[in-house]
Design a protein around this ligand. Structure first.
Ligand code: ADP
Ligand code: MG
Length: 731
């Protein structure tokens, strides 16, 4: 036997080990699928379970509170808590958690045991109504933007009874989860759910008013709905552990594009890889048990990218379910040996991930209020509600931009794969034509033959043709709802929904005020409605755009001719939250006080800065401790072989070594610059955000250019980081 170890040439040993680990992963079986009737909502303490476990009068009282809002009476809450606990304990839960949604886009939970010890030393499971409806996590370390100082750190969680309790099953046990709002002891919203509930109430109030003005006598509460399409990437965990950037920042900070990317369009809607389909079914099965209506799944445009979309639900419940979906995707992927990347731009050069938020408003008596419908009355109702959205999107486009502003989403918006950072609105050619006629006071006829008179004729059927699509618009009408496409894949949908509900509430109020005044002065409903819509289109029609939102002509025209704002980065967009018109909007609709709004600006600005700074630190760490040593080792080897060539009398070609050395120097010099820029940030959120955009990110990009160049020149055996090719194509 020869002594010592014998090293074979190989892709860097750690990359090879990762690839071997992936190849040796046992093939996962499709999980056995139980019938939907057995799975559906089996882990939810829903109305059906309440009905069967609660006394009739208690159940009625719960139903009433759900319908009308408000708090549960303590005596009712006690009975509900008891039944809920019995059900959960019967299923094996020993703990319960108040789940809440802080301003970080994540989900937070504080676990407490049901256990209560008795004077005789025995222990029982206990859960009272008081504990069900109100918890008190020590929220001092949740971002609150200055609302609370630590000495008064108490925050309260309170059950949002419109969102049912459920069991969260993990390999570590079962927990009863109660969805809650999270407020400070002075009542300020510290979370994303409270404003969402308030915005819905504000929208409902104004929608009721308008519907009654339109002659409806019976008007059920109006609720907003949401269906969110979630895009994500899957990468094997063996690669992720070798990439500090993916591990900590969720995106690659270095990486030369793979020779084959998405240019063949062969991934989009292609056959789902077996391993991924097993994963998807596992996720969907868990979603069904939690009463989340998973509906569609498919491959997305980029290699390794996928999408899941549920059937739409009431916005509040959909938002909780969306958070749960993100959690399930991440946790389940880990069990399948993969990481689910929800970042908006995990890989440069291929598509990033978004979250299309489909949104509408409606109720049990009038139905979907953004559905053109088929009768003259529905037609006028639709044109008014849709007109209200047009006004809102024009007046508050910058707000819609602000609520999708994150460090991750900045890499995606405006990058020719996602909508631009200019908020415009797409209606489809037929509907755009209708509104143009309204604007011109010319409702007589359309090119499409039909007589179109407000409240007299019906809208042409083809309006509902979903084929009439424009994928380049950030805000598009899609037949019976709007689709807000600029939302980032990693974001909570609450912020966008709050913005949409609030601007609609504001526009509906404007409309009702105008209609009341005009009708009070003797105008007929039809005339008044036509006049209001005409004014809206004259003042706000500029926001409607049916052309190519990716084109440079639009970027030019939107700003110079249409007067729309282009807010390219988070540093530009978040400032919108500090504007007077936005403060006034939230204040008069009762959705956010000035203090609450300002706290959001502070928290989001801080999150942005933290995200960029974490990435900057990672860039330094990886460039200096992973890339630089590999490059130096390889340069040493090159020098040796060039020297050897010379001793053989062969002319040495030093060009390659020269290119590598030059890039290496650029890398080092920019690292020094980045390090010093990181060490001396300016004071104040606004200046700090600008520092990120103007100084840190460009330096990080320069270092990336050097590293990605080096990746194409340095010996593959020496390269320490899993490559794009490996991460995107080895499954
Ligand atoms: P596409 O990819 O063509 O945009 P999908 O079928 O993937 O369409 O997603 C459409 C989403 O819109 C689904 O989640 C669907 O439930 C949702 N949706 C449909 N109608 C409404 C509505 N009235 N309100 C909110 N969301 C809706
Ligand atoms: Mg869509």
């Amino acid at each position: 036997m020869l002594g010592g170890s014998f090293l074979l040439p190989m892709p860097s040993s750690q990359r090879l080990a990762a690839i071997q680990c992936i190849q040796e992963r046992p093939a996962l079986e499709f999980p056995p699928i139980a019938p939907l009737s057995e799975l559906w909502a089996s882990d939810v303490f829903d109305l059906a379970k309440m009905k069967s476990s609660l006394p009739k009068d208690i159940f009625k009282s719960v139903q009433k509170t759900i319908k009308e809002g408000g708090k549960l009476d303590v005596s009712v809450a006690n009975v509900v808590a008891q039944a809920m606990k019995d059900w959960a304990v019967g299923r094996g839960a020993l703990y319960y958690a108040h789940v809440f949604y802080p301003l970080t886009n994540s989900t937070a939970e504080k676990h407490d045991g049901f256990i209560s010890t008795q004077s005789d030393g025995s222990a029982i499971c206990e859960f009272t109504g008081k504990v069900l409806v109100q918890g008190e996590p020590d929220g001092s370390s949740f971002p609150n933007g200055g609302i609370r100082s630590t000495f008064e750190a108490r925050g309260y969680t309170a059950w949002d009874i419109t969102s049912p309790a459920f069991l969260m099953e993990t390999p570590n046990g079962i927990t009863l989860c109660v969805p809650t709002v999270f407020v400070s002891w002075t009542g300020e919203a510290l979370d994303k759910k409270t404003p969402l509930l308030r915005s819905n109430a504000a929208m409902n109030k104004q929608a009721q008013r308008l519907l009654k003005l339109l002659g409806n006598t019976e008007v059920a509460p109006v609720n907003s709905s949401c269906g969110a399409e979630q895009e994500y990437f899957l990468v094997d965990s063996a690669f992720v552990t070798l990439r500090p950037d993916l591990l900590l920042a969720g995106r690659t900070l270095f990486g030369h594009p793979s020779a084959k990317g998405q240019q063949f369009d062969d991934h989009y809607f292609g056959a789902i890889p077996q391993r991924v389909q097993v994963f998807m079914q596992d996720v969907e099965r868990q979603m069904y048990k939690l009463g989340i209506p998973a509906k569609t799944r498919h491959n997305e445009v980029a290699p390794g990218q996928f999408e899941i979309a549920p059937f739409f639900e009431a916005a509040n419940v959909a938002t909780d379910h969306q958070q749960l979906t993100m959690t399930l995707l991440k946790n389940t992927a880990r069990r399948h040996g993969m990481n689910c990347l929800l970042h908006e731009k995990p890989f440069a050069g291929i598509n990033g991930s978004g979250k299309h938020v489909n949104w509408s408003v409606g109720n049990g008596t009038q139905g979907n209020l953004l559905d053109p419908g088929s009768s003259p009355e529905e037609n006028m109702q639709f044109l008014l509600f849709c007109g209200a959205v047009i006004r809102g999107v024009h007046l508050y486009g910058p707000l819609l931009r602000a609520v999708v502003a994150t460090a991750g989403n900045d890499h995606r918006l405006g990058a020719n794969e996602a909508p631009p950072a200019i908020i415009s609105m797409y209606l489809g050619s037929q509907l755009e034509e209708v509104y143009t006629m309204i604007k011109n006071g010319n409702l007589g006829s359309t090119d499409h033959g039909g007589l179109m008179q407000l409240g007299v004729d019906t809208l042409p059927e083809f309006l509902k043709d979903p084929g009439d699509r424009n994928r380049t618009s950030p805000f598009a009408f899609t037949g019976n709802r709007f689709e807000f496409r600029a939302v980032g894949s990693n974001q909570s949908v609450a912020g966008p929904l709050v913005a949409m509900n609030t601007i609609l509430a504001d526009s509906l109020k404007y409309m009702s005020d105008e209609l009341e005044a005009k009708m009070g002065a003797g105008a007929s409903l039809e005339t008044a409605a036509a006049e209001v819509l005409q004014t809206i289109m004259q003042q706000h029609g500029n926001v409607v755009f049916g052309g190519d939102g990716y084109s440079s002509e639009w970027h030019e025209m939107a700003v110079s001719e249409r007067g729309l704002e282009n807010l390219p980065t988070t540093a530009d967009a978040l400032l919108v939250l500090e504007r007077d018109d936005i403060k006034a909007l939230f204040e008069r609709t009762g959705v956010l006080t000035q203090v609450e709004l300002h706290s959001r600006f502070e928290v989001y600005a801080e999150q942005y800065v933290l995200a960029v700074e974490v990435e900057a630190k990672l860039v330094l760490q990886m460039a200096r401790t992973q890339v630089y040593p590999a490059v130096m080792t390889y340069l040493g080897q090159l020098a040796n072989s060039l020297h050897y060539q010379e001793t053989l009398g062969l002319p040495p070609d030093r060009a390659m070594a020269g290119r590598i050395a030059t890039l290496n120097q650029e890398l080092l010099a920019n690292c020094v610059a980045l390090e010093s820029a990181l060490a001396s940030p300016p004071h104040g959120e606004t200046a700090h955000m600008r520092h990120c955009v103007d100084t840190l990110l460009p330096l990080m990009y320069k270092i990336r250019e050097a590293v990605d160049g080096l990746e194409t020149l340095v010996d593959d055996n020496a390269w320490p980081l899993p490559t794009y090719q490996e991460m995107l194509f080895i499954k």
